[in-house]
Design a protein around this ligand. Structure first.
Ligand code: PRP
Length: 208
């Protein structure tokens, strides 16, 4: 039997995702949190885990380099891939929100400047709400943008709210709830149906 290859982001939900896999009976003896290794084989030699940059997980799955991916709904929303989204794993819970200074008013007199790691989500959200925007793409430390006057607001992930609070910002509007999802390559689902269905059943058992 060939391996099921799972792509997972190296970010903050990796530890929760590894615990989740372990509870479903898939263990990676060589894995430890500080490891720099990128490929792990499980103890039954059925699953190969590859660690990739979180935003690239859908790309690996869409192109068949991985059969399965574990990735945040935020990444899926920002850049939808041609894959099956099969399961909400209920881990990595946070939300996408518009944030800024507490007194920020939204008027349409001039375009609202929005800094974000999620320009597509930001554009779609404000368009839907009839607000003209100019979007500035950033790759991190997004909360800095309003502080230095580069943007009026940000669209970003809020988990504990600590980063906003420590920078004097607040959530102005909620956009969407986010959690980690299981995505599956379409061709793999056709050719490795039993393996993938069993894998999903084992994960569902943990969820229940
Ligand atoms: C994310 C996000 C926020 C922060 C929210 O950034 O972009 O900045 O976490 O988390 P909190 O509500 O628990 O404070 P990340 O830590 O990934 O770093 P980055 O700024 O380099 O993207």
């Amino acid at each position: 039997m060939s391996y099921l290859t799972i792509a997972m982001g190296k970010g903050r939900t990796a530890k929760q995702a590894m615990n989740f896999l372990e509870q479903s009976g898939i263990k990676f003896p060589d894995f430890h949190e500080k490891s720099r290794k990128l490929v792990f084989i499980d103890s039954t030699e059925r699953v190969k885990l590859i660690f990739v940059k979180a935003v690239d997980v859908p790309t690996y799955v869409e192109n068949g380099a991985a059969d399965i991916g574990i990735v945040g709904k935020d990444t899926i929303m920002e850049d939808p891939a041609d894959v099956y989204e099969m399961l909400d794993l209920g881990i990595g819970k946070c939300k996408l929100a518009v944030a800024g200074f507490p007194d920020k008013q939204f008027t349409n007199s001039a375009p609202l400047t929005v800094a974000s790691k999620y320009p597509a989500i930001a554009k779609e959200y404000f368009e839907r709400n009839g607000i003209r925007t100019k979007t500035i793409k950033l790759n991190g430390s997004v909360e800095l943008a309003p502080l230095i006057g580069m943007s009026d607001v940000i669209v970003d992930i809020v988990e504990t709210g600590t980063t906003l609070k420590e920078n004097g910002l607040v959530v102005l509007q909620d956009i969407a709830d986010v959690s980690a999802r299981l995505i599956v390559n379409k061709a793999s689902f056709a050719t490795k149906t039993n393996q993938i269905q069993q894998f999903i059943l084992d994960l569902r058992a943990v969820l229940e």
